[in-house]
Ligand binder design. Structure first.
Ligand code: NAD
Length: 257
């Protein structure tokens, strides 16, 4: 992987940041992306560079197709290639369908699904030209099964599974693989933030949400770690995983078994 270049959306936090750290440790140059405090982002970016790779930051908003196109073009221009694309940016909104705000539906679909379409559309020609590529989409157990209160998220993640399979078929003869990772509950800011809303929606305490809602679905009764998810991504990037494409791979402590 030494010297390859990766674009990772939503990598200022959580799973995305873990992908960035794991790829940097393998010598991969990076374009990170996502929101947050400028000082905190700069600290993460320079910590990645301290591992001996180039690390650029793109502030592209995943709801804006022109900014996504510019992020991919900038990575190509400044890093020389887009060998690996990880579509990872995501948000959650929890409400029953009849109360689900239209703008929350639009934002979840834009960030969790449509942004991946735009990034893939611009990255695939570069990968074909280079004769090698890896696309990894962070889906979710919610790409395979549903939970109440998450209509937009579940629809977007099922959509990501379809996008993954379709692009895998279209690039199958080009040394490009396209796969989706489906984690169960991973302890990150995204999970932490949805606990109060889930508690309100279901009329239970926050501790009950953790025990009886989140980990109730996960037979191991443990949160997946960001490092576990990142290590699967590293494997999918390796040449040993060249025959894995169009796969929607669970890492969910047995949730969807
Ligand atoms: P997180 O909140 O820690 O990270 C989300 C990232 O997306 C952040 O970097 C954030 O700034 C970025 N982001 C949000 N809106 C954006 C926008 N408009 N433009 C650009 N970047 C934007 O969450 P996480 O848990 O690390 O989630 C990462 C991915 O993993 C998401 O796609 C999520 O659906 C998926 N996932 C998470 C879990 C879990 O339990 N945490 C489980 C399954 C799947």
């Amino acid at each position: 992987m030494q010297g390859k270049c990766a674009v990772i959306t939503g990598s200022t936090s959580g799973i995305g940041l873990a992908y960035a750290k794991a790829l940097a440790a393998e010598g991969v140059n990076l374009m990170i992306n996502g929101f947050g405090e400028p000082d905190a982002i700069e600290a993460e970016r320079s910590a990645l560079e301290a591992r001996g790779v180039r690390a650029l930051y793109s502030p592209a908003d995943m709801t804006k197709p022109a900014e996504i196109a510019d992020m991919i073009a900038t990575a190509r221009r400044e890093l020389g290639a887009v060998d690996v694309l990880i579509n990872n940016a995501g948000i959650q909104h929890v409400a029953p369908v009849e109360e689900f705000p239209d703008e929350a539906w639009d934002a979840v679909i834009a960030i969790n699904l449509t942004s991946a379409f735009h990034a893939v559309k611009h990255a695939v020609p570069l990968m074909r030209e280079a004769g090698w590529g890896r696309i990894i989409n962070t889906a979710s157990a919610h790409a395979l099964v549903a939970s109440p209160g998450k209509v937009a998220y579940v629809a977007a993640k099922h959509g990501i599974a379809g996008l993954t399979k379709t692009v895998a078929l279209e690039t199958a003869e080009d040394n490009v693989t396209v796969n989706a990772i489906c984690p169960g509950y991973v302890w990150t800011p995204l999970v932490e933030k949805q606990i109060p809303d889930t508690a309100r929606t279901r009329g239970i305490t926050e501790d009950e949400v953790k025990r009886d809602v989140l980990l109730a679905a996960q037979p191991t009764k443990k949160f997946v770690t960001v490092e576990e998810v990142a290590s699967l991504a590293l494997y999918l990037c390796s040449d040993r995983a060249a025959s894995i494409t169009g796969a929607v791979i669970s890492m969910d402590g047995g949730w969807t078994a």
